[in-house]
Ligand binder design. Structure first.
Ligand SMILES: [Zn+2]
Length: 348
């Protein structure tokens, strides 16, 4: 790097940073309230084993431990250069940290429950800033509450977990592990007549509503077409590759399908510390080998800002915006790719 420095760091008022500078990151999908579960749940067993793991350890942590973990995660994200987060909330635990955090949080109060739906309980969370309701997924909410939530607060985006596992589509065909599980515990689904996860989305979400679909590991070309043909409002496709690797040891197979559509907004989320080793955007980007870094940085900045509807303030370094500036080191400048040791740090 010496040749690029050219004595600049000895010039008064000029700071020299090796590597590259980019706009502050937007983490499009996280659940910061689950930060206390870091390392508590073994990965690799697939989604059903993971959900069972959470249920087993959830009540073994004190309120203080939960709050401390949220604060640490918030601080780590800020230091790494995260300006804004699309954060799923199930409770009010994270709002004290968020009230004083320099990070902008767009909160999605998650509605779920096939037998008892928590919609009324989640409405209580709407008193907190930047908070709106969203259905958890296309397999965990019955028909009426799903439609109701999709029609409340039309100005806010929705953030729906989508096609994280092939079992989500198989459920609609009466097959797979979700189907078996629901049958074993006696859950009846009154939404399977839509025929597929994508068909349910387009039948129930108003076409002028901003929507973010999260995970998308198993979306097909047909799913993408069904969704993109329906919406007049922007649809964003969030990828969380390290969470997928942690839970199921899989990669989002849809990356190239999504990239082949040039009107598709791909963004990046870390998911939670229950299913990730850290909430690091740069570590997520390292998972996409062979994709140009300039494109990846768009996913991690402006595309996330668009997904959360905050691109007027974040996502690019421009006069009038509030974006931070991030220094990424460990960049192979010749090929413009991230090396394994690449790191990101907030400069501003
Ligand atoms: Zn999630």
């Amino acid at each position: 790097m010496e040749q690029y420095n050219a004595g600049l760091d000895s010039t008064p008022g000029v700071e020299f940073y090796a590597g590259i500078l980019c706009a502050g990151f937007v983490n499009a999908h996280s659940h910061i309230e689950l930060s206390y579960l870091r390392g508590a749940i073994a990965g690799g067993g697939g989604y059903a084993a993971f959900a069972a793991g959470i249920a087993k350890v959830r009540d073994t942590f004190s309120e203080e431990e939960r709050l401390r973990a949220i604060e640490e995660a918030d601080r780590a994200m800020w230091q790494e250069g995260v300006d804004a987060v699309g954060d799923i909330v199930n409770s009010a635990t994270s709002f004290a940290t968020k009230a004083t955090s320099p990070i902008h949080y767009k909160n999605f109060a998650e509605v779920f429950g096939l037998r008892v739906c928590n919609l009324e309980q989640q409405r209580e969370l709407l008193k907190y800033p930047n908070t709106s309701l969203t259905p958890h997924s296309i397999y965990s909410v019955q028909d009426a509450p799903f439609k109701e939530v999709c029609n409340i607060d039309m100005n806010a985006p929705l953030s729906i977990h989508f096609m994280e596992s092939p079992d989500e589509a198989l459920l609609y065909a009466g097959e797979g592990s979700l189907h078996e599980w629901y049958k074993a515990v006696g859950f009846e689904c009154n939404f399977l007549h839509y025929g597929s996860p994508a068909e349910r989305i387009v039948a129930c979400v108003p076409k002028d509503r901003n929507l973010m679909l999260v995970h998308n590991c198993f979306v097909t070309e047909r799913d993408i077409e069904v969704v993109m043909d329906h919406f007049s409002a922007p649809v964003s496709w969030a990828l969380c590759p390290r969470s997928n690797a942690y839970i199921s040891g899989i990669e989002p197979r849809s990356v190239e399908l999504l990239r082949a559509h040039n009107n598709i907004n791909i963004c990046i989320g870390t998911d939670s510390l229950s299913s990730n080793w850290s909430l690091s955007m740069i570590e997520e980007l390292k998972m996409f080998r062979g994709i140009p870094l300039a494109e990846l940085l768009q996913w991690a900045t402006i595309n996330g800002a668009k997904a959360l509807g905050i691109d007027n303030h974040y996502g690019t370094i421009e006069v009038g915006k509030r974006s931070g500036i991030v220094n990424i080191t460990g960049v192979d400048l010749e090929n413009f790719t991230l090396t394994a040791s690449a790191q990101a740090k907030r400069v501003l």
